[in-house]
Design a protein around this ligand. Structure first.
Ligand code: 5GP
Length: 340
């Protein structure tokens, strides 16, 4: 629907390697035919579902295809242009810096290459403001988390405002947030913004309670925080007290089977409360979606008027990690586009 495509949008929860489109995967496969990777292994199609565990297997396959600076440059450039073509005006990309000994890729060159892609798109005049969040994979534990914070801090100070913060992601059934707390605390103290995946699976309530005391600047998913989803009022109270926006990814949660049906999605509980709720894609490549489609799904599932959809995309501006001057520019853009 052209309304959703033309709607100016803000994307705040997009993992780089989960966002790789089919055409880009094709290019990667032709670069590495010896890996024998087929398309069905990198994306979950319409009507298909996978367990969360199977979703994490998909990321491993994509990581095999994306292991050089050239790959990262191509993937990041393609992803940015695809978001721009979908009407996204402001994008916070996140990715886990990886070291690949056999190709010479280092965590530092990984981040440098993403920054290069952002700058390249900007110099080509692509109509999108892109920022970067450095991701911590929770599976890798305390020490790696601490190193990642240091790396992110260095880039925050040297990237002209392109690196804004940290993401905590990775398989939610592995590791415990308490081991990562010192690193996250340090990140916060040095001015990095924090977006944490919280309560993606039901067993994480204690961890969420602990991490909410930081408090984070945004929450990824937060699927099981609300009492209607098996969480607790105490957790909701903390989220509300600190006014922490939620990044909500409908298709991802349904295809990853942490939410049974679109109509059961926790968007409805938070949106009804008037709590800042931002519609996002998570992994547009893996889950075969885009942000326009996610807005359209939210509107059709929860019966939102076009005015309500405009307000939803406009209110997302207040949840970005870039400074107030950027928020003002985006709000001007929304006003201008609404008038046209
Ligand atoms: P990358 O960080 O390599 O650019 O993107 C893929 C990675 O993002 C995955 O390996 C995983 O750590 C993280 N990721 C992507 N989608 C999800 C999700 O739905 N939940 C969690 N917890 N992590 C995710």
């Amino acid at each position: 629907d052209v309304f959703y495509r033309e709607l100016p949008k803000v994307e705040l929860h997009a993992h780089l390697n989960g966002s790789v489109s089919c055409p880009t995967i094709e290019k990667l496969i032709s670069r590495k035919p010896h890996l024998n990777i087929g398309h069905g292994m990198t994306a979950i199609g319409k009507g298909q579902r996978r367990t969360l565990d199977e979703c994490f297997q998909v990321f491993k396959v994509i990581h095999q295809l994306v292991d050089t600076e050239e790959d990262i440059l191509m993937v990041a450039t393609d992803v940015i242009k695809e978001f721009a073509a979908d009407g996204v005006k402001y994008l916070e990309l996140r990715s886990t810096p990886r070291e690949e000994k056999h190709t010479g890729l280092t965590k530092k060159s990984y981040i440098e290459t993403v920054i290069k892609a952002i700058k390249q798109c900007k110099s080509e005049g692509v109509d999108i403001d892109v920022r970067f969040l450095v991701a911590i994979d929770r599976r890798n534990g305390t020490e790696v988390a601490m190193e990642t914070v240091k790396l992110a801090e260095d880039f925050m100070l040297s990237s002209d405002g392109l690196v804004l913060g940290l993401d905590l992601s990775g398989d939610p059934t592995v590791g415990h947030g308490k081991d990562l707390l010192p690193a996250l605390q340090k990140a916060k103290n040095c001015g990095l913004k924090l977006s944490l995946h919280l309560s993606e699976v039901p067993s994480q309530l204690e961890e969420s309670d602990l991490l909410l005391d930081l408090p984070p600047d945004r929450i990824g998913h937060g699927t099981f925080l609300h009492p209607a989803m098996g969480g607790s009022q105490g957790l909701v109270d903390k989220v509300v007290k600190h006014n922490i926006p939620l990044e909500l990814c409908l298709t991802s949660n349904v295809k990853g089977q942490t939410v049974a049906r679109y109509s059961d999605h926790h968007f409805k509980h938070w949106y009804q409360m008037g709590h800042p709720s931002v519609i996002c894609t998570d992994d547009k490549g893996v889950f075969s979606t885009d942000l326009s489609q996610e807005y359209q799904l939210a509107a059709s599932t929860f019966d939102l008027s076009r005015e309500a959809v405009w307000k939803l995309s406009h209110d997302a501006i207040d949840c970005i990690f870039a400074p107030d001057t950027v928020k003002q520019q985006l709000k001007q853009k929304w006003i201008y586009l609404q008038g046209n």
